[in-house]
Design a binder for this molecule. Sequence first.
Ligand code: HEM
Length: 423
Amino acid sequence: MSLLTRKSTDLLHWIDYRLPIIQAFKTHMSEYYAPKNLNFWYFFGVLAMLAFANQLLSGIWLTMFYTPTIESAFASIEYIMRDVESGWIIRYMHEVGASFFFIAVYLHIYRGFLYGSYKKPRELVWLIGMFIYLLMMAEGFFGYVLPFGNMSFWGAKVIMNIIGVIPVIGEDLQIWVQGDFFISGATLSRFFAFHVALVPIILIAGIYLHVIALHQVGSNNPEGIDIKAHKDENGIPLDGIPFHPYYTVHDLIPVVLFILAFFVTIFYFPDGGGFFIEPPNYIPANNLSTPDHITPVWYFTPFYAMLRAVTITFLGMDAKFWGLIVITGAILVLFFLPWLDRSPVKSLRYKGRVSKAFLMIWTFCFIGLGVLGIKPADWAPEWVSPTFTIIYFAYFLLMPFYTRWETCKTVPERITANGQRSR
Ligand code: HEM
């Protein structure tokens, strides 16, 4: 052993005696046994982490030059784009990064739908995940307001007005959140504080708890087979492989592809064809000029379409109020998924025909709502978004019935030798 190797081993043991890093590495990496059949859908957790790290790093750099005041917010972004050395790429990394983060997380959540990852014993992993998703939405919203372009301003106005329709406390709550009677400098500086400090701190804690809760119970897999049911004499799951080195190396491929796609987007389509930065955001906020179509960024549009789908006045409350109830319900219902799904099996591979068909229809409607939310309200016939919204809810609310009644296939005891579907 060379002197250098001995010294570094000594240092490692010195640290480990005081802070158990070797044990932590074993517990979460080299002796964490993951199912041997994890597929494409299992890449997105790691990719979400990568995207989050990019948001933190690029965000810190932007904070060095951005100024959260009404007078100079927009100009400070222009300054970053034109005058700050490499400022343009840092800004695009943050802005394109936000969309890539949401793409990764939406696919990550959808994997949960496919393989029943939310079912016992991973209910807490799911709930913490949902909490992370809520925080991401808040983070995305606050961030979008900061450049103070015209869409930032009008988007903020729409959301703040929605808060205002909550009965009894709405108006006071709106003023409290805004810090003023209208969107002003006070609003911008508190949104800045939320965006760069409050929400990221809670997000970091949330992601940490998410992974710890997952490692407590272990990963699910595309077959939905419990790998802990069959262990060798040393207590190691027979269908598991150590996360490190197998999945650390395996995950390098999607990481490289993700980075490649990320930089191709930054270099060739930095505004994502108007979906990542909407055209009205190239002009400064203007109280007197409303954009032709006020739309949020793509990752919010399914919920925005639901909000617009509600046009009824009922019990003396206007459509905006019922719209708010619908979008709140649309997100809340996801929290209950672990208890709505009564199927005896986890993976869609073994569920019955109703679950498969319903998930396909639901997916079509959710994406459809996303498209409808981007387009002007009169783009599709009036019945389309209410119908898609009803199907969105029906998928969840009828789940306790169809998942119990349909006939499922028998789940094999073990993952087969090649790690693929066992039929
Ligand atoms: C910042 C956002 C997030 C990060 C960094 C993250 C990270 C991870 C990682 C690294 C894993 C293990 C690898 C994998 O299964 O892909 C995981 C698993 C999981 N995550 Fe997330 N996650 C995030 C958001 C969410 C959200 C929003 C949900 C849904 C509500 C969610 C639900 C789950 C579930 C259910 C699992 C276990 C999957 C299984 O074992 O089949 N996560 N997450």
